[in-house]
Structures are given as C-alpha cells and as structure tokens.
Design a protein around this ligand. Structure first.
Ligand SMILES: O=C[C@H](O)COP(=O)(O)O
Length: 221
C-alpha cells in the first residue's frame, strides 16, 4: 500500500509517542501517557529514570546511553536491564557514534551485543545510529552490525543531535540495508503528516514523535 493512502489509525499504530526532554516532570510523563491513550498510538517512549510507569494498554519503550551514546557498554547494558525489570518492553540504545565515525564497526557490534546480552532476546532492541552525523558507508555498516548483534530495529536519531534528525535518504538507505530483517524507526524532527508519510514511503516501519497529535491531525480518518 502506498503511504499516501494511510489513515490516521494506521499511522497511529506505528508511533512511539515520545517525551525525552531533560526537564520532563512526572506530571508531563503522565500527560504523555494520557495523550497516547487518546491518540491510540502503539507505545510511549520515556527516559529510564521515569520508570516504572503505569501505562496499561500501551507498550513502554525507553532509551539507554541517551543521547550521546558515549557511555561505557556495561553501563548501557545495566541501564537497559534495569529498565526491562521496571517494565520497559522496548529499549532504544544509542551507539558509540564516534566509533562509527572512525570506522570501528567491531566496537559498534560489541556495544550492541553487550546490551542485547544484558536484556536477553525477549525485549525489542532498537539501535539509534544518529544517521545525520554519519556518512552513508557508516550508516550501512552500523545497520549490518545491528542485524548481526540481534537487534530488532535500527533508528535514525535521538532528536537531540546538532547535525539533525531523520531524513528520507537515511531511512531509505537503512531500509535497503536491513529492511525485511529489522524494522526501521524514523525519529527526530518529524512534525507533519506529510513528513511522516514521506518517512514511511522511504521504508520506515515505526515513527518516534514528540508531536504525534499534529502529525495525526493531518491524516484522514
Ligand atoms: O526518539 C525520539 C525523538 O526524541 C523524538 O524527536 P522529536 O521530538 O523531534 O519528535
């Protein structure tokens, strides 16, 4: 099906409704959960310090090594394990972006494997590659490393990097490299229905959005 024909509920079912701002209060996270229920999205994605979280009927996702990725792999693993113990079913980890820039894809693989081993194979593991900060070759190699490490998704962006967020080009490259085997999550700077549909057309199977309402309000019922 062409992405341009998708309805509001079809796109909602692809959304991780996200609040990762450093200043997010527990009240703001409660409001996020309430809005997620109202919008009927797939998941909420919050910082690990906001867990555990009451969100019946919603998948709970969190982030580790966020947003820089410059945390020791063992810290990422411990953070991920604690998050799963506190109710997260999906874990979005940031890679060591510097290792990817340096072409040290074995280090990237080892970083992802450490987190995968820490949480086992049941939770969904998404690998944030910060695609706007990487050349195409590194995007491809990091996607391969994510697949080899047993990740379930590759994800474009934290939404916090000065180089920018998701692009159609990066999503297409990621989908061409691992699509079919891994999901592709587009996140960071997606503010309109048109932008969301272009990401889906490029190969995104999940969307990370802090502005889910504005995106969904631009789609037909
Ligand atoms: O992981 C998701 C991003 O933080 C969401 O980014 P955004 O606030 O630009 O929608």
């Amino acid at each position: 099906m062409s992405a341009t024909t998708l309805t509001r509920s079809q796109v909602a079912a692809m959304i991780d409704h996200t609040l990762l701002a450093p200043e997010a209060s527990s009240q703001a996270v409660r409001a996020l959960v309430d809005e997620a229920r109202e919008l009927d999205v797939y998941a909420v994605c919050v910082s690990p310090s906001m867990l555990p979280l009451r969100a019946e009927g919603l998948v709970i996702a969190t982030v580790v090594g966020f947003p820089s990725g410059k945390h020791h792999s063992l810290i990422k693993g411990a953070e991920a394990r604690l998050a799963v113990e506190e109710g997260a079913r999906e874990v979005d980890m940031v890679i060591d972006i510097g290792a990817a820039v340096a072409g040290d894809y074995n280090a990237v693989l080892a970083d992802i494997l450490t987190v995968r081993e820490a949480i086992g194979f049941d939770p969904v593991l998404k690998v944030i590659i910060e695609s706007a900060a990487l050349p195409d070759e590194a995007i491809v190699e990091v996607c391969r490393a994510a697949a080899n490490a047993g990740a379930n998704f590759v994800k474009t962006s934290t939404g916090f990097h000065p180089a920018g967020g998701a692009s159609e080009h990066a999503v297409r490259l990621m989908a061409e490299t691992v699509g079919g085997r891994l999901g592709v999550k587009a996140s960071g700077g997606i503010r309109t229905a048109d932008a969301a549909l272009r990401m889906i057309e490029a190969g995104a199977t999940r969307l990370g959005l802090s502005g889910s309402r504005a995106v969904l309000d631009g789609l037909p019922d």
